[in-house]
Design a binder for this molecule. Sequence first.
Ligand SMILES: *Cc1c(COP(=O)(O)O)cnc(C)c1O
Length: 236
Amino acid sequence: MTRLAQIAQQLDKLQQRIEAAASTAGRNADEIQLLAVSKTRPAEDLQAAITAGQTRFGESYLQEALEKINALSHLRCEWHFIGPCQSNKTAAIATAFGWVHSIDRIKIAQRLNDQRTSNQRLNICLQVNISKEASKSGIEPSELPALAEAVAAMPRLHLRGLMALPAAEADFDKQRAAFAQVRGLFNDLHSRGHQLDTLSMGMSHDMEAAIMEGATLVRIGTDIFGQRPDKHKPSA
Ligand SMILES: *Cc1c(COP(=O)(O)O)cnc(C)c1O
């Protein structure tokens, strides 16, 4: 099988998984977007996914991401930055990406706002750190309302929702419990008047649980492109 056929088949299987999970959750599969997490993958793999109809890509490592964005600039893609976002990366991220999922500090949001020159606002998800998150990133739930308030007031940013990256967990009910916490925080921001439409949660191993708890965007790498050879951890 060619690489293109392989990737097309994986995308197809994923769409079926999303539909099955949505159906179990009593939801419409159209509410759930697939973000293909393409960190560490060569541009050829992304090209294959694009040929198979995929348009949204998530990247974590700025330098390789910029190379791919440049190589594929003649194609219509939506680029999401999902990795740790430090000050020295904000200028490039604000220019090259349409979305950032990993905002957990006002200072970084402010820099992105100041450095965004496009007419279109930069879409933002705030990363929350729930129960023993795998990485140290993410804002504490108690500090979330203040961060949301600050980001919502920045004119070149568009606050869209929340992102979470819970610790790897094999048990389905425990996966759900973690995602339910994120949904609770999402609902809380809604009740404070924020108009949010994006709940970015669920990866290859816990996508079904995330969809049960209301995910509107799942971030999938391994189950599209195969195991990452270099064992990069999520968000490392
Ligand atoms: C790598 C990564 C993913 C994808 O993980 P898979 O297990 O390969 O599906 C999702 N989200 C974030 C933030 C990541 O860093």
